[in-house]
Design a protein around this ligand. Structure first.
Ligand SMILES: CC(C)(COP(=O)(O)OP(=O)(O)OC[C@H]1O[C@@H](n2cnc3c(N)ncnc32)[C@H](O)[C@@H]1OP(=O)(O)O)[C@@H](O)C(=O)NCCC(=O)NCCS
Length: 185
């Protein structure tokens, strides 16, 4: 695995990934305080104070290296607007495995932007980073996220029943994953 890797912007055809900045606050707050966006996320809609903390934490997370190191870059459109964020964490150095996640402003959903942003990170994973496997964990009721995994060619690997106590009820968890050779294929 070719780490440490210091964040550099990743350029796609319609979107690019770069670090969150202080002036992303209002756009990030609009997304992370939206109950519909947060419905299947582990957190409840966030307060302004919490978004400010998270923005500072994530803007400073710039290096992938040891297990649990992460980046949470902004997804920006051609005009440079923040349209969402990606989550990418090294899960195991020995097993060359990372976890991926995604979040889009509802106004920018349904246009293939999350797919393009995820593809940038999968290209990085199986290219420069030399990873072997990337997985996503989700609530199986989250149809948009499931569909995105499938469009990316991720396999449904596991379904844990009533795996966690989630927002006042038992919830299932789905695991989707893709290997280097599958991505290249
Ligand atoms: C999960 C989430 C990121 C998926 O976003 P999305 O916009 O549906 O995903 P994509 O960017 O891949 O877009 C796919 C849609 O765009 C459409 N599309 C339009 N133009 C497209 C293009 N040029 N290329 C690809 N897809 C295109 C596809 O047909 C598809 O629409 P459909 O779902 O009606 O079939 C989004 O629903 C979200 O942010 N949810 C809230 C947060 C969340 O739950 N995150 C996941 C936690 S596990």
């Amino acid at each position: 695995m070719a780490t440490p890797w210091d964040f550099r912007p990743l350029e796609g055809a319609r979107v690019h990934l770069d670090l969150l900045r202080e002036d992303d606050f209002e756009a990030l707050y609009a997304i992370q305080s939206d109950p519909e966006v947060c419905r299947y996320l582990l957190y409840e809609p966030r307060s302004r104070e919490r978004v400010q903390e998270v923005l500072e934490r994530d803007a400073a997370a710039t290096r992938l290296g040891e297990a649990d190191s992460f980046v949470q870059p902004a997804i920006r459109d051609a005009a440079g607007r923040l349209i969402g964020t990606m989550y990418f964490k090294i899960a195991s150095v020995e097993d060359k495995t990372a976890e991926i996640g995604w979040l889009l402003d509802p106004r920018f959903q349904g246009q293939g932007y999350a797919r393009e942003a995820a593809a940038l990170l999968l290209d990085l994973s199986f290219g420069e980073l030399g990873l072997h496997r990337v997985y996503a964990e989700l609530d199986p009721r989250n149809a948009a996220s499931v569909a995105l995994c499938v469009r990316l060619g991720m396999r449904h690997e596991a379904h844990f029943r009533e795996h966690m106590w989630f927002k006042g009820d038992w919830a299932d968890t789905g695991i989707y994953a893709i290997l280097e050779q599958e991505w290249r294929g």
